[in-house]
Design a protein around this ligand. Sequence first.
Ligand code: BDR
Ligand code: CA
Length: 320
Amino acid sequence: PLPLLMDCDTGVDDALALLYLAGTPGVDLRGVITVAGNTSAEQAAINTLQVLELAGRTDIPVAAGAATPLTGTDPEYATHVHGDNGIGDIQLPPPTADLDRRDAVQLIIDAAHAAPGALHILATAPLTNLAHALEREPRLPELVRHVTVMGGAVHHPGNIGARAEANIGNDPEAAQRVLAAGWELTIVPLDVTMRERLTPAHQDRLRTHGTPASRFAADALDVYLDFHERIVFPFRASACHDPLAAAMAAGDLTPVQAPVLHVTVDTTQGPARGELVADTRGMYRGYPRTPEANARVLLETDGTFPERLVERIVSLDVPT
Ligand code: BDR
Ligand code: CA
């Protein structure tokens, strides 16, 4: 199985991604760390423990990481999208497992050393922890097999600014360091995560199935679907950001279009701050890759993933 560490800001869609990974047999989830984003890093860590417990996975180390972006400015949490507690205001029982004693950055570094050349990192949140880890362990890019990041918007508009998507835009300096670190990188931007959608039919299937994990997923989707119906789409459906990136990391997606491009982040203070700048010129000229290409960017998928997500959550059979 694929050794994987997830860095997230749990988050309704992060929670669904966690359940998806727990329900995917080819994945060996070695640890989960959190960062300020949808909610505080501490709250995200509690949410993570609770969600993993629904999946029967109290064995996975969890640690809370960076509470602010690299600039030290106060984070703005996305309570209007994910509810006040980050998981759609669903109240789960207090977790029985404790947080890991190590700090989140050490957890990344230890996971990388424990599986040299094999560890996959999935980041579905601002990249602050990874930036800190690169500073503490400069050999990290040689130790890690692949990094998959949910973030950015290539042709799609941003979701926290004209061009900025939340995970890149909430810590552009960290994102730029992670993109420039010289490791194998895949980016899963809004261009695809806004197109693979969860619908009330998926929610019904989860609710009817009736396990603790599937019921939680259905309930947490209420707030998330409300937000999308109110603000994003002219119909009731939600984006599928973090689960789609999890599927990409797990090798469970067949990309329709995924060019290898040169990507950087706008770290100026101007209107494009936080933009993922993907050099797509090579695509238009028909070249297979741009000269300093540093990331595979997923631009089109076949639209079949949400069904699989639901099936994986439904497959979690946890004795109560
Ligand atoms: C990303 O931002 C967060 O709100 C979501 O969890 C997802 O990771 C989407 O822009
Ligand atoms: Ca997230």
